[in-house]
Write a protein that binds this ligand. Structure first.
Ligand SMILES: [Zn+2]
Length: 162
């Protein structure tokens, strides 16, 4: 079944809303922009939408600390089915249900791939308080820098269960 609903007899939502949603899918959504500013204020250096190739897949964390191998994702409540706000839309469920489920599956898969490749993955919901998120990222990044003052050992990033 095609994901855009074409040829499936399932109409994509024709609300003006869908245009809105398309617009907020990619980077530079407001929460991300605000978060990047907060991280800059902490003096942190990072890359946005940095492509990480893992097992032939291209994964683009919203924010990447390449030296420390920390990948940050800010997940939209709707698109990633946040437990607080990610209620399944009541209209066009045949359209949205599989789409949102596959987003969630892809999130998990990307996290697993990155972790297997030695990245630490931090995921936040867009509804989480900006300062809390920024602090948590800052602590993680600085903690890792302090732990490995001479740079990263080759085997750094072996997945740690916490
Ligand atoms: Zn939420």
């Amino acid at each position: 079944m095609s994901v855009d609903g074409i040829g499936t007899g399932v109409a994509p939502p024709s609300l003006g809303r869908s245009r809105n949603m398309a617009a907020i899918r990619r980077s530079d959504t407001k929460p991300e922009v605000a978060l990047r500013s907060a991280l800059h204020r902490q003096g942190l250096r990072f890359r946005k939408d940095y492509p990480v190739r893992v097992e032939g897949r291209l994964i683009r964390p919203d924010i990447a600390f390449t030296r420390q191998r920390i990948a940050v994702f800010v997940d939209g409540c709707f698109w990633h089915s946040c437990p607080m706000h990610g209620r399944q839309p009541r209209k066009n469920t045949a359209y949205w249900g599989p789409k949102l489920d596959s987003n969630t599956a892809r999130d998990r898969q990307q996290t697993a791939l990155l972790e297997a490749a030695g990245w630490r993955v931090l995921r936040f919901w867009e509804h989480e308080p900006l300062e809390t998120v920024a602090d948590q990222i800052g602590q993680t990044v600085r903690g890792d820098v302090r732990d490995s003052p001479v740079g990263l050992s080759p085997d750094y990033g072996t997945p740690v269960s916490e």
